[in-house]
Design a protein around this ligand. Structure first.
Ligand code: ADP
Ligand code: ASP
Ligand code: MG
Length: 464
């Protein structure tokens, strides 16, 4: 079971999460994976940036506020001072490490990806002991465990990939003996360690991924992701108030939604469980009696084929173009080996021979290093004007229409685009994968809400 940031957002949320966990242990063996308390990772990254700017005092002030927040939660969760003392020791160690990291950064005025990972990991390392304490109070023996002991990754800081065989061996060796003794392990989400033992993070929102990595490593019967909504909805409820909960959805559909920005799941969440076909549930920790969404290999089909919509906003359109590129061999190959080299996440590609350009979309945080790398790769061609320009447009968004059963149903694209045309939404680019489980289109960022509302009602997704 994984509990997200809002599900461990304060003492009463943590107590609720602990109760859900303890209730489950009456029937099953259960491992809890926890996020940082909501907002904490953002604050830690802020602290790291203060330190990088030489503002050590401000960084330490953030850590002090976080100490107070976790101490307050500990006081309300654990009534006996003597019990509290044990957990406080652990929190103090983690915070002391945070202070050293910030002081070092402020001294060097340099924040390496490795240090940033170390600082941003502190939130999970603080919340896991709190949740373990609460599980103990709720009546089950429990132990907080840092995922650096379990999840082995490559050394790509800020977005590390797990190495499943090593992770499997370590996780089983460490967790199975605890489970056999009836102890509930409470594991930090979001983090792992490289083969050399260096702490890494799996990327923002990565605790979902931690949960399925551990679920697969332990051959779990199921993975339950507890969050602050009733499940996977037909659209982001913050943008489309009429959005409804989907009772069952396939791995592929859920993965498409996650990939195109549905925040409810980290994009890589389903990768580890596909092979073993482990079902994943999304459920509401604030309404634990509701059924939630079940993600299964097949999903369940519904009438019109379209199941849900999603939008991704923090993206940038990059165009490599110019009349000369038609005659230039391997522009496409060179463009995308460059994006691969800088590990840019390419979300959509569209090539137009009449416009003489290749345009593609990357996550905005990847945009600058992608463009720099492309300008280097095509330096000679730019000089000789074979490539005329490499341009960047950050004010765009992708909207994706997702549903496995759109395959073979003609007219989904037509229906989508005529509705958008009617409501005055201008399309910049369009892509449909050959799998036909997603049609995605690029629009101006300011048109996202309208595009979602139009499409949602056009496909009747608001109907019961
Ligand atoms: P957690 O802290 O539990 O990981 P997140 O904030 O990362 O939770 O993800 C849950 C949020 O995802 C919801 O509160 C909702 O606003 C947002 N969201 C976006 N798209 C969807 C969708 N299609 N279905 C459900 N939630 C969505
Ligand atoms: N705490 C991490 C983040 O905010 C991971 C997570 O919550 O899933 O990105
Ligand atoms: Mg999340």
């Amino acid at each position: 079971m994984k509990f997200g940031g809002t599900s461990v957002g304060d003492a009463s949320c943590i107590a609720r999460a602990a109760k859900i966990t303890v209730d489950a242990t009456k029937e099953y063996r259960c491992v809890a994976v926890v996020s940082a308390m909501s907002g904490v990772t953002n604050r830690l990254i802020e602290a790291a940036n203060f330190a990088r700017a030489g503002n050590g005092a401000q960084a330490l002030a953030v850590l002090e506020a976080l100490r107070k927040q976790h101490e307050d939660a500990l006081i309300s969760l654990v009534p006996q001072e003597k019990e509290r003392e044990r957990f406080r020791g652990r929190l103090d160690e983690v915070l002391a490490e945070g202070r050293r990291l910030c002081e070092g950064t402020a001294l060097l005025l340099e924040l390496t990806p490795r240090t940033l990972d170390a600082v941003s990991s502190l939130g999970e390392r603080l919340s896991a002991p709190l949740v373990a304490a609460a599980v103990k109070e709720a009546g089950a023996p429990s132990e907080a465990i840092e995922a650096t002991e379990l999840v082995v990754t490559d050394a790509f800081h800020g977005g590390a990939e797990p190495q499943m065989e090593l992770t499997r061996a370590k996780s089983q060796a460490r967790l199975c003996p605890l489970l056999e003794r009836g102890i509930v392990p409470v594991v930090t989400g979001f983090i792992g360690a490289s083969v050399e033992g260096q702490l890494t993070t799996l990327g923002r929102g990565g605790s979902d991924f931690s949960a399925t990595i551990l679920g697969a490593a332990l051959d779990a019967d199921e993975v339950i992701i507890w969050t602050d909504v009733d499940g996977v909805l037909t659209a982001d409820p913050r943008l489309v108030p009429e959005a409804r909960t989907i009772s069952e959805i396939s791995y592929r559909e859920a993965a498409e939604l996650a990939y195109f920005g549905a925040k409810v799941l980290h994009p890589k969440t389903l990768n580890p469980v596909v092979l073993a076909a482990i079902p994943v549930w999304i459920r509401n920790s604030f309404e634990p009696e509701r059924p939630g969404t079940k993600i299964t290999p097949e999903g369940r089909s519904i009438g019109g084929g379209v199941k849900a919509l999603t939008a991704i906003r923090d993206v940038t359109l990059i165009t490599v173009g110019g009349p000369g590129i038609v005659g230039l061999p391997d522009v496409v190959g060179r463009t995308f080996s460059t994006t691969a080299e800088v590990r840019a996440n390419v979300l959509l590609i569209s090539q137009s021979s009449s416009q003489n350009d290749i345009c593609f979309i990357v996550a905005s945080p990847d945009a600058q290093r992608t463009v720099e790398a492309l300008r280097k790769e095509f330096a000679r061609d730019l000089e000789q004007h074979d490539v005329e320009h490499i341009t960047v447009d950050p004010n765009i968004a992708i909207v994706a229409v997702v549903g496995e059963n759109m395959r073979g149903i003609p007219g989904v694209a037509g229906k989508t685009f005529s509705a958008l045309g009617r409501d005055g939404v201008n399309l910049i680019a369009i892509a449909q994968g050959s799998s036909e489980s997603n049609i995605s289109f690029v629009i101006e960022e300011k048109a996202v809400k309208q595009a979602l509302i139009t499409t949602h009602s056009e496909f009747g997704l608001d109907a019961p």
